[in-house]
Design a protein around this ligand. Structure first.
Ligand code: URA
Ligand code: CA
Length: 435
């Protein structure tokens, strides 16, 4: 096989075979195919697109490019979010679903850019460790039905190579490339059933609704073809999800929702919708209503809170010790009366990183107490001087950051209807292939 021929074939709009995909992926990992040839192919894919079969073959080849986790349990239902700001759902969904009897073996990541990472959030709990050796990870899933670990194994090395090239050659924004990248990592992490929270809106990877829908459909189709049944929910990322952005602040909000003492109704609703779909994969004879009811009961009965506490304790965390807090704060107040018309998730996500809640460089330390808490959501009627949000940091909040915070919230004279929080569910139309 020659890389030249593969590039030419794709350049001319033909579909590549599974063997050709495997050849490319292997060459990317071993370095036997030069970066300039890989990027030429990526650009050809960007312009020509990929067929459904071809996309699934690429995904399978990517998933097989490194360590693949095989869980002993028959079904492992995993969830994935395409990335948002203040997206605390995993911390709520995982214990809710585990409390419903669905085992959750969760490999999670650190924060990237303006989006936070579940591992960072969990590590703000004093003593918590996400570095679980594989045997301990499996044993904990068997005993408690839930483990939350950072991905330490070499999962999908080919994606690391291709993503780094896409990042510097303007070829990230290709639906088949994004879909295969995301799905390959879920598959390699051992998920037999996958629920995707595909964000649409200003703070999302896919800003346009139709693009997010296409991404969702493509990933559901991949799951179908590779025998890992997948459902996607389209949820809005026009504004940050929930009230808190930042690690310990998001843990606090998750605990409020788990204990029923507060937290954002939006965050609660999205979490329950994801939980419902995961429960449905595990108990396929349930109706959506029955699954939703089971998830709601896990929350309201306190079972999910108990599950979370048990998992945190098993991983060394101590919820009786205070969570880290930041020493300084700055509150944005309404410059005039009216209705909150927009809260810019991208702006707030990157300000949160500046405040210390995320990293600019891979090895930057995190200030677990830093971040912000929103006091209003899109549609809230506010009076002049009413607090809109409070930012927390360990250092003084600069006047530049203060100005950025102030312009992240827009007030209008009349009520603006927010885009639907939960737009739709995308499920496979035919029964999945047997695996
Ligand atoms: N997230 C991923 O994991 N891969 C992509 O290609 C884009 C977003
Ligand atoms: Ca949040």
């Amino acid at each position: 096989m020659k890389m030249y021929d593969i590039i030419k074939k794709k350049r001319d709009g033909e579909e590549l075979s599974a063997a050709e995909m495997a050849y490319v992926v292997e060459g990317a990992v071993t370095g036997s195919i030069a970066d300039y040839q890989l990027t030429a192919l990526l650009m050809a894919i960007f312009f020509q697109g990929m067929g459904e079969r071809e996309t699934a073959d690429l995904t399978a080849a990517l998933a097989a490019s490194g360590t693949q986790i095989v869980l002993d349990s028959l079904k492992a239902v995993d969830k994935h979010s395409t990335g948002g700001v203040g997206d605390t759902t995993t911390l709520i969904v995982a214990p809710v679903v585990a409390a419903c009897g669905v085992p959750v073996a969760k490999m999670t990541g650190r924060g990237l850019g303006h989006t936070g990472g579940t591992v960072d959030k969990l590590e703000s709990i004093p003593g918590f460790s996400s570095a679980l050796p594989p045997e301990q990870f499996r044993a904990q899933v068997a005993k408690l039905g839930l483990a939350l670990a950072s991905a330490s194994a070499e999962l999908v090395p080919a994606d690391k190579v291709l993503y780094a090239l896409r990042d510097v050659t303007a070829t990230v924004e290709s639906v088949p490339l994004i879909a295969s990248s995301i799905m390959s990592k879920k598959i390699a992490a051992g998920a037999t059933h996958i629920v995707l929270d595909v964000k649409y809106g200003r703070g999302a990877f896919m800003q346009e609704q139709h693009a997010a829908e296409l991404l969702a459909t493509t990933m559901v189709d991949i799951g179908q073809r590779v025998g890992r049944p997948t459902t996607a929910i389209l949820t809005s990322m026009d504004a940050p999800l929930g009230n808190a952005i930042g690690n310990a602040l998001e843990i606090k909000e998750a605990l409020a929702i788990l204990s029923g003492s507060g937290g954002s109704p939006d965050l609660r609703a999205v979490s329950l919708a994801i939980a419902r779909e995961m429960v449905l994969h595990y108990y396929p004879h349930f109706s959506p209503d029955a699954a939703q009811h089971m998830a709601e009961h896990a929350l309201s009965s306190g079972a999910a809170m108990q599950k979370f506490a048990a998992v945190v304790a098993a991983q060394g965390g101590d919820l009786t010790r205070p969570l880290p807090t930041a020493s300084l704060s700055y509150t944005v107040t309404a410059p005039r009366g009216g209705y909150v018309a927009a809260i810019d998730p991208l702006a707030l996500g990157s300000i949160a990183v500046d405040l210390g809640a995320g990293r600019h460089k891979k090895d930057d330390p995190i200030d677990y107490g830093a971040g912000m808490v929103l006091h209003a959501r899109v549609g809230t009627r506010v009076a002049f001087g009413q607090p809109l949000l409070t930012a927390y940091a360990s250092g003084v909040v600069s006047t530049e950051t203060q100005a950025a915070l102030n312009s992240a919230v827009r007030i209008a004279d009349s009520l603006v209807t927010p885009t639907p929080l939960i737009l739709k569910t995308v499920a496979a139309t035919a029964p999945p292939d047997v695996h």
